[in-house]
Design a protein around this ligand. Structure first.
Ligand code: PLP
Length: 284
């Protein structure tokens, strides 16, 4: 694989980062994941906008102009011959030389890394036909989940807890309400209405979520943005989640309670089709 590191395109074995890098010792960095379908980038302007916001919230500069981010993404798609897959982008506060809680001087170069992961079958995912099983896990993450930082230890632990319970993923719960999944935004459907938690610092402002809600509204579907509990989700007609790499995937079991007879429902199935169709139209 060819990866991008600080302006260079290198074989992955030659791309090296300092042991002092703040991304490594302090999880001081942000990231984005953009999916690629038919060799094109989905929802790309949304990902760049959120990247700029995450960087600004952490008082980090944006190392590249938007057109340069696009050029690097396109170059990696081309060099690695990606038809279906994802591009991972990470910016850290760089290598200060010594470990220190205080930020390094402003002129310390940031570390910019991008790499691709080919994922054949991303669009034609069999999980879209079978659905996934989730379990609830207490949300013990920090209070700024709206910033897409590389600090992913708790979501990783929650995912392992879900796997230990024989499920596919965890839905995180705080003060009795679902915040989101370990790496996705969560939804339920009741009497045709799509219910999803409203945006705040409690959840990541999903780019797939924003696009999907726009497409759903344009298709005259009813949307309610408010928190819901695990009990309400278990009594819903359908449940599903969204993320850049999953698009829309149905959930058919929550904490051992099956939904819709254990099969993906019509709304989640339609929304997946709608998302794929519409996002491909604006893919670049
Ligand atoms: N919520 C969390 C915690 C995530 O990590 C992600 C994606 O990685 C999402 C939601 C979905 O965001 P997006 O649709 O922009 O991928």
């Amino acid at each position: 694989r060819t990866v991008y590191l600080n302006g260079d395109y290198l074989p992955e074995t030659e791309a090296k980062v300092s042991v002092f890098d703040r991304g490594f010792v302090m999880a001081d960095g942000v990231y984005e994941v953009t999916s690629v379908l038919n060799g094109k980038l989905l929802d790309f302007p949304g990902h760049l906008k959120r990247l700029a916001r995450s960087l600004a919230e952490l008082r980090m500069g944006n190392p590249l102009a938007d057109e340069d981010w696009l050029a690097v993404h396109r170059k990696l798609v081309e060099l690695n011959d990606i038809d279906e897959g994802i591009i991972y982008l990470q910016v850290t506060r760089g290598n200060p030389g010594d470990r220190d809680f205080a930020f390094p001087p402003e002129d310390t170069p940031q570390t910019v890394v991008l790499f691709t992961q080919a994922k054949p079958g991303l669009a034609d995912n069999p999980q879209a036909r079978t659905g996934l099983r989730v379990v609830s896990v207490e949300d013990l993450r920090w209070a700024r989940r709206d910033i897409k930082t590389v600090q992913l230890l708790y979501p990783s632990l929650a995912k392992m807890e879900a796997k230990a319970q024989g499920a596919d993923d965890a839905w995180l719960v705080e003060d009795g309400f679902v915040t989101e999944g370990t790496s996705n935004n969560t939804y339920i459907v009741k009497n045709g209405r799509i219910i999803t938690r409203e945006l705040s610092n409690d959840i990541l402002h999903g780019i797939t979520r924003a696009s999907l809600l726009r497409y759903a509204a344009e298709a005259q579907m009813q949307i309610e943005e408010r928190p819901f509990t695990i009990e309400e989700a278990q009594a819903a007609d359908e449940a599903f989640f969204t993320s850049a790499s999953a698009f829309v995937l149905p959930v058919v079991e929550i904490d051992g309670v099956s939904l819709g007879g254990g099969k993906p429902g019509p709304v989640a199935t339609r929304l997946r089709e709608l998302y794929l169709e519409e996002s491909l139209k604006s893919a670049i």
